[in-house]
Design a protein around this ligand. Structure first.
Ligand code: AHR
Length: 621
């Protein structure tokens, strides 16, 4: 068989180091399979990942819920358990064009539905005054772009004893923040004493230049009062999905060739308390009827990006969902167990049915109603998140109850535990049954180097490993090149051992880089409302997942030089992994040069019947 040898390297290069190091690729011994699920994505609402990030709805606080009552602060001085984040919220405020002549009052009695109980009564002293949304640090203004959205309006006087006459017409406009330039505008009129939704369409001109210096203005065309709620505006979305996701970020993720998306967290799955867990049933259906909830990362989510959107995200980037189901533990340390956990097990079974049941099942039919008749592929379900923080010792029993209920209904599913095998053992459950263990590693580059052979030592008879969160945390808001080297060293470990480490995903995926938006430093992809960029870590991952065979090629290493990490510790200066592709005959060798010198390296190819004389080198530096 002909073989094309492709070489790929992550390198930082300077001077020459004379060493006789050698790697021998045992091409005829490539027997173990590379896990087909090895590289995926992990996501949660953190760092304004969806609101102000991936989700195309651009108006924060659309139902004026937080205008006067910013929520999200931890109440009662309770100390959060485990690694629960400690933040106060940054309220998404609306502004007034004139703080004297525009008067506003939040109405909590008269919303459009139970999910949106709040609205805003506005009194304008004269025509031309308005209320203004600053968006998520602006709006993405580009040429010839159509934004679609909606606004619910009614006459304020009908229910609220307002004395002024109703405003008959409103101008909705995208303008520069000082109001001097108009990028796009439209009018709505025909209000009555009942709530009515008005569709909005705003289109910028062909000659419009790019800017994020933009605000959404709602301007009264005459003096009077009016009541408003649920103001939305959507940017164009990837694959033109309704209620969809941001084009550039989806393209960047598609380039990573993810085999799965792990959602909805992370801490976002658990929530700070039971009321703010990820309650998936509240995140489906008409976005105007989703109540939203508080993210543990200090701001509110509308849940416009909910369960269906997560699944479509996986589908549209070429992967499948890996769903974490809420398992009865929340970040303030509370948990439920025994009989009390049973409704949550039912919720998890329903959630699985929503994802993978056909349209004849109860929840599969709901998914079909929501616009996706085809079931999504689902093979892995995770029970909770980081339950090693649950000091009550309740997880082994909770896990067992979920495991047995899910396996009884879906024996084909692989069930992931969030604690290791030894931690899963308890007096009551001495021999737990578990398919996969989720391990999380946040390290610096040296620790990545130190541990870059960790999985070579794992017991092949134990459960499989899902490295469900990992990152070299160096650099902020996104990681730097040193972090990418640590990441790449760690990826050589996972890839070389992907017979046991079957899945992996980096965290956190996203950060909005505007001041005040980040809660967790060193992230993979950064953006503002207009632009996005990949960190060096992102590009390392693109390289690793794009150049991957389906068989693990054993590599024998000799005389690999060491680098000093500290006075007592050293690690390899070079890290490596090789895979080959049975269909194309290509072999991929990945090399990480973790020190600031050029390295001389002999590569021997053992066991190839034939070999092309040329290799291709792809380099990140
Ligand atoms: O990725 C950030 C956080 O780290 C996740 O929410 C949590 O699972 C982990 O502790």
């Amino acid at each position: 068989m002909k073989r094309l040898f492709a070489l790929m390297a992550v390198m930082c290069a300077n001077a020459l180091m004379l060493q006789a190091q050698q790697l021998t690729l045992k091409l005829d011994k490539a027997e173990k399979e590379v896990s087909p699920m090895l590289y995926g994505l992990m996501t949660e609402e953190i760092n304004y990942s969806y609101e102000g990030g991936l989700y195309t709805q651009l108006v924060p606080n659309p139902s004026f819920a937080d205008m006067f009552n910013p929520r999200g602060q931890r109440r009662g001085g309770q100390r959060p358990a485990g690694n629960a984040p400690r933040f106060t919220v940054r309220p998404e405020r609306w502004q007034l064009t004139d703080t004297v002549k525009v008067r506003v009052r939040q109405n909590r009695q008269n919303g459009i539905n139970d999910a949106n109980p709040t609205s805003l009564i506005v009194n304008f002293e004269q025509a031309g005054l308005g209320i203004v949304s600053e968006g998520y640090w602006g709006f993405p203004i580009r040429k010839a772009t159509t934004f679609k959205g909606g606004i619910y309006v009614k006459n304020a006087s009908a229910n609220n004893n307002e004395t002024t006459t109703p405003v008959k017409s409103l101008t909705i406009a995208l303008k520069s923040s000082d109001g001097s330039k108009t990028y796009a505008e439209t009018k709505v009129s025909g209000f009555s004493n009942e709530w009515k939704k008005f569709d909005i369409q705003l289109t910028t001109s062909q000659s419009q230049s790019e800017t994020k210096d933009a605000r959404l203005f709602i301007i009264a065309d005459e003096a009077g009062s009016i009541e408003l709620t649920r103001v939305t505006l959507f940017a164009p979305s990837y694959k033109n999905r309704k209620n969809g996701l941001r084009v550039d970020l989806m393209e960047m993720m598609a380039e990573m060739k993810p085999k799965f998306v792990r959602f909805p967290g992370g801490n976002y799955l658990e929530g700070n308390n039971f009321a703010n867990r990820f309650d998936w049933k509240q995140t489906i259906g008409n976005p105007d009827e989703r109540p939203g909830h508080q993210s543990p990362w200090g701001y509110r989510s509308t849940d416009g990006l909910g369960l269906l959107e997560f699944c479509q995200w996986a589908e549209d980037t070429g992967g499948e969902p890996v769903v974490g189901v809420f398992a009865g533990y929340v970040l303030n340390g509370d948990h439920l167990d025994g009989e009390y956990i049973k409704p949550f097990i039912q919720d998890a079974l329903d959630e699985i049915e929503y994802i993978m049941g056909d349209a004849s099942t109860k929840w599969g039919a709901v998914r079909a109603r929501d616009g996706h008749p085809e079931p999504f592929p689902l093979h892995y379900v995770e029970i909770g998140n980081e339950d090693f923080f649950d000091r009550s010792g309740s997880y082994p029993n909770r896990f067992k109850m979920f495991y047995e209920a899910i396996k009884a209904r879906y024996p084909q599913l692989q069930i992931i535990s969030t604690v290791g095998y030894n931690a899963l053992k308890s007096n009551a459950i001495p021999n737990p049954v578990v398919d996969v263990i989720d391990e999380h590693y946040y390290r610096n580059a040296f620790d990545m180097y130190r541990n870059a052979f960790q999985y070579d030592r794992y017991d092949r008879n134990g459960p499989k490993i899902f490295c469900g969160e990992w990152a070299t945390r160096e650099g902020s808001p996104t990681t730097n090149m040193n972090a990418a080297l640590g990441d790449a060293a760690w990826m050589t470990c996972m890839e070389r051992n992907s017979d046991i480490c079957i899945m992996s995903c980096y965290a956190p995926l996203f950060v909005n880089v505007e001041p005040g938006a980040m809660q967790w430093a060193s992230d993979l992809i950064g953006y503002d409302v207009l632009n996005a960029y990949g960190s060096p870590s992102y590009w390392a991952q693109v390289m690793f997942s794009q150049y991957l065979g389906d068989r693990i090629v054993p590599v024998e290493a000799s005389d690999i030089p060491k680098q000093k990490l500290d006075r007592n510790d050293e690690a390899n200066a070079v890290f490596y992994t090789a895979t080959s592709d049975a269909k194309t005959g290509k072999t991929y060798l990945k090399l990480v040069n973790a020190v600031g010198n050029n390295q001389k390296l002999t590569i021997k190819l053992d066991g190839a019947k034939t070999m092309k004389s040329k290799a291709k080198k792809i380099e990140l530096k």
